[in-house]
Design a protein around this ligand. Structure first.
Ligand code: ZN
Ligand code: ZN
Length: 120
């Protein structure tokens, strides 16, 4: 029997309310289907050292029922800006300001790729 190791990556996100970093744990539950099941407070220095943005994952992205929400403001969803970075989203505002680049944009479409790093 070969037991397949779960394919897990960490994506760095930023809270729209506090602008602080957090990590998202994504697991590939099926080929090309990624589900976020955990979010945790991330230190800026650690994030840089661990290289959480070395690879790009593609496919479909979703949230697990167990996803706890943003560790700072509790927002239960995510949004990706045109700059490629992810932030938390409360599913209320249709127009959001990206905490990474400051751009304002409308929420539309789905996430198709994310920059990620390995889990350790
Ligand atoms: Zn937040
Ligand atoms: Zn942005």
């Amino acid at each position: 029997m070969i037991s397949k190791q779960p394919h897990v990556v960490i994506v760095t996100a930023r809270c729209r309310v506090t602008r602080q970093l957090f990590g998202l744990r994504f697991e590939e539950v099926q080929a090309g289907r990624w589900v976020a099941d955990w979010a945790f407070v991330l230190n800026e220095t650690v994030s840089r050292r661990e290289g959480y943005d070395r690879t790009t994952i593609t496919g479909q992205f979703g949230l697990d029922a167990a996803y706890p929400g943003c560790p700072y403001c509790g927002a239960t969803s995510l949004v990706k800006c045109g700059c490629g970075k992810v932030s938390c989203w409360d599913q209320q505002d249709r127009t959001v300001t990206c905490p990474w680049c400051g751009d304002r944009g409308e929420i539309r479409g789905t996430i198709e790729s994310l920059d990620a790093g390995g889990d350790r």
